[in-house]
Design a protein around this ligand. Structure first.
Ligand code: AMP
Length: 378
């Protein structure tokens, strides 16, 4: 019987623990919040990320450590490696914690990115706006996720407001990309270097937070080999072990790297019901040195994210092949509190299900962009 330690006890840790139960695994989750939702399904240790006495206790009770949260301080991850195997490794974590290092890595392996400039001062920002123009997006290098730590500049006069909004933190300014669509690669690499990717997923965001995903992404066969090759190169460069996601923009048929998440990812939640081995199960297999599971898609899948508050569960529970996930969190604006995955055998069947559910849930706006894409998919 092995025990997996997870730093961060949010919904990702919760779904990892649920995926590990059939494998006979035990879990110990650690978080700074006493009500962290993975604590409802696994023992929770309360600790500050720099409380090394508590973390020593944590390390002594686990066989391997992993993350549900990439903003664990890099020195904490490094310290842990001296006590217990840690996957992904701290260098991979540190690279993906920093937007400048991440985008520099993307370019080094041949993945184009939106045009960007490093910004360390207000003057840097003014110069960057002059070169890249507007609209553009100022993003903090560190500690940003779900659209947090970002400011969209609509006019050159926004320089002061943008610099103040981010509190003068080291940042990058990115040219705004009028992309046709957003795709993600969710992939997994084993301790032995075996690499597998789930089919490309198409994603829609609202206010910078994932709103819906469709997998496999329609008409993505031509892009998939290149997208997977980029993901593989990145994982190999970082000697990455575990599940990760690479977020891509498609513009004029080209792939641009937006960011990578060094963990299981919201755009891979559909794999719980939609693949023979989910992203969560494969992450556990990878960090334990077990063979990886099949990453093919069983059908067509749509994941709808519940942000802020849950809609009524009954329409999902009443719908054939729809799956309800409630993370056991209290409602709060901008907070991910649950999701649903809808499965169907054909685009037509999916359109019917989503149309019915959108109406019953009062979420017509959320399903509309997915329906628009499914219309073109025959
Ligand atoms: P991020 O936190 O960087 O993943 O940004 C969240 C979302 O904002 C992305 O998924 C996009 O929908 C949008 N976004 C971020 N960067 C850009 C960009 N350079 N151009 C256009 N949209 C962007």
């Amino acid at each position: 019987m092995q025990t997996i330690g997870i730093l961060g006890a949010g919904q990702l840790a919760r779904m990892l623990a649920l995926a590990g139960a059939p494998l006979g695994l035990r879990f110990l989750v650690v978080d700074t919040a006493a009500d962290a939702c993975a604590g409802q399904v696994a023992p929770l240790l309360l600790a500050d990320w720099r409380d090394f006495d508590r973390l020593a206790d944590f390390a002594s009770r686990i066989d391997v450590a992993t993350f549900d949260f990439e903003n664990v301080p890099a020195e904490t991850a490094q310290w842990l490696t001296e006590h217990v195997p840690v996957f992904p490794n701290p260098r991979a974590l540190a690279t993906s914690q920093d937007r400048l290092e991440e985008k520099t890595l993307f370019r080094r392996i041949g993945l184009e990115t939106p045009d960007f400039e490093a910004v360390d001062s207000r003057d840097d920002l003014a110069r960057a706006v002059e070169r890249l123009g507007v609209p553009s997006i100022l993003k903090t290098r560190r500690l940003g996720y779900d659209g947090k730590g970002q400011f969209r500049l609509k006019s050159p006069a926004d320089v002061d407001a943008a610099w103040a909004a981010l509190g003068g933190a080291p940042s990058i300014l990115e040219a705004f990309v009028p992309f046709e669509r957003e795709l993600s690669v969710v992939a997994v690499r084993s301790r032995e270097g075996e690499f597998r990717a789930y089919p490309l997923t198409q994603n829609w965001h609202a206010d910078g937070i994932l709103s819906a995903s469709l997998a496999p992404a329609p008409d993505s066969e031509a892009l998939a080999p290149l997208a997977f090759a980029h993901a593989r190169r990145i994982a190999e460069e970082l000697d990455y072990v575990g599940t990760f996601a690479l977020e891509l923009f498609v513009q004029g048929g080209r792939l641009l790297g937006n960011e990578m998440a060094p963990r299981v990812h919201n755009s891979g939640h559909w794999t719980i019901e939609g693949a023979p081995a989910s992203q969560f199960e494969n992450h556990l297999r990878a960090v334990l040195g077990l063979p990886l599971g099949d990453t093919s898609a069983l059908d067509i899948h749509v994941m709808l994210n519940w942000v802020g508050e849950l809609p009524p569960a009954t329409p999902i529970l009443a719908e054939p092949r729809a799956h309800w996930h409630d993370y056991g969190k209290s409602a709060r604006p901008g907070r991910k509190v649950g999701h649903a995955t809808v499965c169907a055998r054909s685009a037509e069947e999916m359109r019917e299900r989503l149309t019915r559910l959108g109406r019953a849930l009062g979420r017509e706006e959320q399903v509309a962009p997915v329906l628009a894409v499914l219309k073109g998919a025959g």
